[in-house]
Each structure stands twice: as C-alpha cells, then as structure tokens.
Design a protein. Structure first.
Length: 237
C-alpha cells in the first residue's frame, strides 16, 4: 500500500497513515496538468464566440491535440512508429506538429468530399483554380492539381516612427534623427561595443537612453549619435 506522514496537533514528530494510491499518482504526475494548460495557452484552436457549445468543442479539441502530441513524442523516443516523428522532438516541433496535423486533416476532408476530381468541387471549397504551390504536401500538390511557380512574397522592412515634431514618417533604412523606440531605457549599444573588459565592467556607469535608430533597433546615447553611429557606417553604401 501507499503511506504518508502527517503531523498532528500537540504531537511531536510525524505519524504514518495509509493513503490511497491515487494520492501517490497525483503527487507524481500533477505537473501534467500544468503542461496541458500551458500547451493550450500557446497552441489553442479556440475562437472568440458567444456560442458556449463551440467553446466546449474547442476545449475538447485542444485536449485531444495535446494528448496526441504527447503520445507521438513518447512513441518517437522509444523508436515506435515512422522515423518522421522524430522531427517533432526538435525546436519548434510542437508548432510544426500542429501545422502538419491541420494540413493532414484538410487533406482527409478534401479526399473524402471530392471523390470525383473531374467533377465539380464541394460547395465549401474555393471554386477558383488552385493557386501555384510547391509544398508537395497538400492535397493539390499530391494530386498534381497545381501549376506554375510559387513566387513567395518579398519581405520589405518598413519602419514607422514618430519624430520630435510628432509627425509620422516611414523609412526603409537608417534614420538621420535619433527617435524614441518606445521600449523604455536601455544601455547604449555603441558605448558597450567600444568598451573593454567584462560585461559588468562595460555596463558600469554606461548611458541608458530611450532613443536610437528604429531600423537598427538599438538605443544610442546622444554623445555617440553626434560623433557618428557605427552601425550606420556599415549599412550605408
């Protein structure tokens, strides 16, 4: 059986009492509840709605997805199942698992609803031709229904900042004016790079401005900005 020790009023030392096995199991596995709640907070499928039954459904779906992920990781650690499962043990594996699970569920739904691919699509599917795709994982790529080259959207960094005169300006490069980054005060990055010694010695007495370059995302003190910001010189042609 399972025994626990408890202290009584007016009693020196502890006494031993018999306890149910459920108490031992709870003490050993209670952390699983915290992990389950944290997993739902990070990767929930819930949507904001006033229909309470949908919230119950989303809650059950989160529980099922979490249990499925935990079971799959256990199998992968014990060399059970396909080798592809081991990728979910690495960094961002939980996020990749949820993306793959959602895509596989959509593939399953399309495959069972659109049995005759030469005929019309189901009403819940987009009726326009498939967009170019090269993932080789979705239903349309696996059935050679996509054509063309997927030209991914080019990323263009546009920084929004507010100058001293409260006018809003857009820029794609470094700025000529030192502006407030809106993140509070921090140590001057250029002063830190120019100093020598340990980290504590370099931070001792260093300037802590709240302003700097929004494109470089570095806080720079006024003294360093006036004499020349070193990162500007590296980035300018």
């Amino acid at each position: 059986g399972h025994f626990v020790q408890r202290s009584g009023r007016g009693q020196q030392g502890r006494s031993t009492f018999a306890a149910p096995n459920s108490q031992r199991d709870y003490a050993r596995h209670f952390n699983a509840v915290d992990r389950n709640d944290r997993d739902s907070a990070d990767y929930t499928t819930s949507l904001r709605t006033n229909r309470w039954y949908l919230r119950v459904f989303f809650w059950l779906l989160d529980r099922c997805v979490h249990q499925l992920y935990v079971t799959m990781i256990y199998c992968a650690q014990n060399n059970i199942g396909p080798e592809e499962w081991s990728v979910y043990q690495k960094k961002h594996g939980r996020r990749r698992f949820q993306i793959d699970l959602g895509r596989d569920l959509m593939n399953y739904a399309i495959r069972n609803s659109w049995t005759n691919m030469d005929g019309p699509k189901p009403n819940w599917m987009r009726q326009s031709p498939p967009l170019p795709c090269e993932c080789n994982k979705c239903f349309f790529c696996l059935n050679s229904l996509t054509t063309g080259i997927d030209h991914k959207r080019q990323k263009r960094t546009v920084t929004h900042f507010v100058q001293h005169d409260r006018t809003r300006t857009k820029t794609v490069g470094c700025t000529d004016k030192r502006v407030n980054l809106g993140k509070g005060t921090s140590y001057c990055k250029q002063c830190y790079r120019e100093r020598t010694g340990t980290k504590e010695e370099k931070l001792d007495g260093i300037a802590r401005p709240a302003m700097g370059c929004p494109s470089c995302d570095e806080t720079i003190c006024k003294k360093c900005w006036d004499k020349g910001y070193d990162m500007h010189r590296k980035k300018k042609p």
